[in-house]
Design a protein around this ligand. Structure first.
Ligand SMILES: Cc1cc2nc3c(=O)[nH]c(=O)nc-3n(C[C@H](O)[C@H](O)[C@H](O)COP(=O)(O)O)c2cc1C
Ligand code: SF4
Length: 487
């Protein structure tokens, strides 16, 4: 986990919870229109991957249990985890790239409807991602993965002062590099090859030499539209297009996108594919269906997007007709820590990862409400441009006072609680009933995030070891962790 140089340990803020009457009068518990649907209140559980799908991407009983548990707490809206739009293997992450996934997803919709008595609106986040491979052993990389080219031979000639390398056989080049020092390797490989050696091979949207990357603008609108159509068929109240963090669509928006085909460079070009995807999705699902977007208020990486870019994108998204704008921050590969050999790079291990899921070991500003200035800047610009598109703020929000003050000050229209909802899925109903003092408060130390990084079923440290002898509960790790918060 990335840390500030001299971190300050912040306490969880003291708070006064509202009475039931105060909650009933609050803005937080007033209904809000989100495109064609109306949510009962302005609370929101953003997408969180719990690692409970099958290896083939199907909904499992554990997936149903996970969302049922959130639905019982009755947030205004619940967003199902990032779900793959393509029909390709992606480990135990949900998928929606083929009609065979619809029955399981329909069951998920019914489960949430039933558990919340229809009170919680259910959206699904749909995502595309490019190939990320595990970090290889050095020897394996040079034996199998590096594509030996003449430029390597020329570089070897220069570095060793030995002209024989100019037409050396491939095998000799591989053998030499396998045993070469880091210093020599650095002079022979280019930046992308060094990254593949040290972090694992990773594609990005500017890899125009790869035909499938070059063709993304031609294929993605249809793939997203297909996925959105299935979401509608399965009964979801809407879809959230995942344009945030380290994934394909965020890559198009990124200031680092230097594609030369009209989809990179200036921000007008970078937003082109995200808008084309939106239009095709809209055409497929119709105007009476909620289509929202999650994107970054700041990428928090060198050369990446800042608030000005995000303001531009937010206004363009609103103008295009998105029904909500959900903001996140950071979560990029570019500044991620080097993974161990055999592991894949995880986009939440650098400073941008910190900003995505801030912990109590922070700078003076602390982890709470950290993204609110970005969100309010974007909301202001969207509103000033004449659009009323609801804007969702998430990041270190855990108390009613924080949430209500964001709404009262007009900094956002809806308030998202991710880790706090994981720590206590009943937050929403407890606060509404005037029982806020019973809330199990998230400590923002990211045990859950470490499980996500290890691709293990996500649970919360505050409840996964209690009442393990409760009859009928599901557990993992030989019965040492329960999968759901106690009722
Ligand atoms: C275990 C875990 C999984 C997450 N998975 C997703 C995801 O699938 N899609 C997404 O946009 N954000 C994901 N996030 C980020 C959250 O939605 C949220 O933006 C972040 O945790 C900050 O909000 P918080 O401070 O309320 O937790 C995940 C966060 C956690 C802790
Ligand atoms: S594991 Fe820690 S950070 Fe995650 S939800 Fe629980 S208390 Fe919060």
């Amino acid at each position: 986990m990335w840390k500030f140089r001299n971190p300050i340990k912040h306490a969880i803020p003291e708070t006064r919870w509202p009475t039931a009457a105060e909650a009933a009068e609050s803005l937080l518990y007033q209904p809000i229109r989100i495109g064609p649907v109306e949510a009962n209140n302005r609370t929101w559980v953003p997408a969180m991957v719990p690692w409970r799908a099958t290896e083939e991407g199907f909904v499992t009983p554990e997936v149903l249990d996970w969302y049922r548990r959130f639905a019982k707490g009755r947030p205004g809206a619940l967003v199902v985890e990032a779900t793959g739009v393509r029909d390709v293997p992606s480990g135990p992450l949900l998928r929606i790239g083929h009609d065979r996934f619809i029955p399981g997803l329909r069951q998920l919709v019914e489960t949430v409807r039933e558990a919340s008595d229809g009170e919680t609106k259910l959206f699904i986040q749909i995502i595309d991602f490019l190939t990320v491979k595990r970090r290889p052993e050095k020897q394996k990389y040079f034996e199998r993965f590096l594509r030996v080219e003449d430029r390597h031979r020329h570089a070897l000639t220069d570095v060793t002062n030995d002209s024989q390398w100019t037409d050396a056989p491939e095998l000799s080049v591989r053998e030499f590099l396998s045993g070469a020092s880091d210093e020599i390797v650095e002079q022979i490989l280019d930046a992308r090859e060094l990254e593949a050696l040290r972090f694992g091979y990773r594609e990005n949207v500017s890899d125009m030499h790869l035909p499938h990357v070059r063709e993304l603008p031609q294929v993605l609108p249809n793939i997203f539209a297909g996925a959105a159509g299935r979401a509608r068929d399965a009964g979801f109240d809407g879809v959230e297009l995942h344009y945030a963090h380290a994934y394909t669509m965020a890559g198009f928006l990124s200031a680092l996108n230097d594609r030369d085909d009209g989809y990179g460079g200036a921000k007008e070009n970078r937003v082109r594919l995200p808008l084309e995807v939106y239009r095709m999705v809209r055409e497929r699902v119709g105007s009476d269906y909620t289509v929202g977007v999650r994107f970054l208020g700041d990428e928090v990486i060198a050369g990446g997007n800042r608030i000005d870019d995000a303001i531009y994108f937010g206004v363009e998204f609103a103008r295009a007709g998105f029904d909500f704008l959900s903001l996140s921050k950071g979560g990029k590969f570019e500044d991620a820590q080097q993974p161990k050999v055999g592991q894949a790079v995880y986009p939440y291990t650098g400073q941008s990862g910190y900003e995505c899921m801030p912990t109590v070991l922070s700078d003076a500003a602390g982890p709470f409400l950290r993204s609110v200035p970005l969100v309010s800047g974007i909301k202001r610009a969207v509103n000033e441009a004449g659009f009323k598109t609801p804007v969702v703020a998430t990041g270190g929000i855990s108390t009613f006072e924080q949430a209500e003050s964001i709404l009262q000050q007009g900094q956002a229209d809806i308030v998202g609680l991710a880790r706090q909802a994981l720590a206590d899925p009943d937050w929403f109903i407890k606060v509404k009933l005037g029982r806020g003092d019973e809330v199990r408060r998230c400590t923002y130390t990211n045990y859950c995030e470490a499980l996500d990084q290890a691709h293990r079923p996500v649970t919360c440290k505050l409840w996964d070891r209690i009442e393990l002898d409760e009859p009928g509960i599901s557990t993992v790790d030989n019965g040492r962790r329960r999968l759901l918060a106690p009722e």
